[in-house]
Design a protein around this ligand. Sequence first.
Ligand code: ADP
Ligand code: MG
Length: 228
Amino acid sequence: MTKSYGEGEARSQVLRGVSFDVDPGEFVALVGQSGSGKSTLLNIIGGLDHPDDGEVEVLGVDTIKASDSRKARLRNESIGFVFQAFNLLDHLTCLDNVTIPASFAHGVKNVEQRGKDALARVGLERFGGRYPGELSGGQKQRVAIARALFGAPSLLLCDEPTGNLDSETGKEVIDFFRELNEKDDVTLVIVTHERRVSSIAKRVIAMRDGMLVETSDEALAATGAGPS
Ligand code: ADP
Ligand code: MG
């Protein structure tokens, strides 16, 4: 696929012909310099953005040809997002933040119980009634992960999920992702600068000059490029 932003002189081609496959159950780290198009690519995979040209198939759905409602269903039922900045709503309790996906979908049953279960999965079962402002950064990110897991997604897309966390807290979050991948078979694509993530990812893909190249944690270490 290709993707550019802007018009005329300001036009910049961010993706110049990106092509790759991720198999179910994979744990992929996506690395590359700031501005190289990692978030753009992740958003396209998740159906939040669209390429100028090319084809995208996610969990059997052609997300370019699919209707908006089909795409919304795919996002609600099968894909979870985790962002660097947590993106929690401060005026809602943690439980209400976690169950937000249900408000975009029709006919979701047992919303409250499922929200509590999702919080329990990230070790925050007693935090449902609290507000995000009362939590540490690591706890906020765990609430955001619980929200991402609410719909029991088979694919989790994470955009620099440890970027706002101290290294100890980041490690806990990464260990949790690893467990999700190994025990629950959740497919993971994680944009990261952290060597810790790329060292446990089974595959490392680097974005360079609008193209993707398969690499490895060892290669990144040898060149000094990519995550540190
Ligand atoms: P990364 O996540 O690797 O830092 P991004 O995908 O966020 O990179 O951005 C890639 C390039 O596209 C950057 O130069 C950025 O400024 C530009 N860009 C991203 N989103 C937009 C947008 N909505 N409008 C214009 N330019 C954008
Ligand atoms: Mg980014």
